[in-house]
Design a protein around this ligand. Structure first.
Ligand SMILES: [Cu+2]
Length: 149
């Protein structure tokens, strides 16, 4: 029984597409496929901080874009607005923060190539305290909104 449990634990990370870095667990990093000629794209993941102190996602490094920023998106006065978080995104002790379409996201700017569904791209996440972590960014289909056009 013990061995079976260990085997399941071993299999879980690949299945769930999950990474650990110190006290941080990073789950399911992905980006949306981009239409031809698009100059920007969004990256998403969730981060759980099991530590006793806050950390920050301060930046990310990818080879397919010239610049990467951490953004926040929210509705203000009925208009969806996006802004850079210059200090990065805080993940408080014991918190889970989700970057997802319509909310916090990693913004890839100056795309050198379109992001194609089912591709995987290396991305390096940079945390203020935990340091750097290389993850596979899975490219998923375009959002429903883009499909409508
Ligand atoms: Cu953005």
């Amino acid at each position: 029984m013990k061995y079976l449990f260990a085997a399941m634990l071993f299999l879980t990370p690949a299945f769930a597409h999950e990474y650990k870095l110190g006290d941080l667990t990073i789950d399911h990093p992905f980006a949306r496929a981009t239409p031809n000629g698009a100059k920007v794209g969004g990256g998403y993941l969730s981060i759980t901080n099991k530590g006793k102190t806050a950390d920050r996602l301060v930046s990310a490094e990818v080879s397919f874009a010239t610049r990467v920023e951490i953004h926040e998106m929210k509705v203000a006065d009925g208009i969806m607005r996006m802004r850079e978080l210059p200090q990065g995104l805080a993940i408080g002790a014991g918190e889970t923060v989700s970057l997802k379409p319509g909310g916090y996201h990693i913004m890839f700017m100056g795309l050198k190539q379109p992001l194609m569904k089912d591709e995987k791209h290396k991305a390096i996440l940079v945390f203020e305290k935990a340091g750097k972590l290389e993850v596979d960014l899975h490219i998923e289909g375009m959002g429903g909104h883009q499909h409508a056009h």
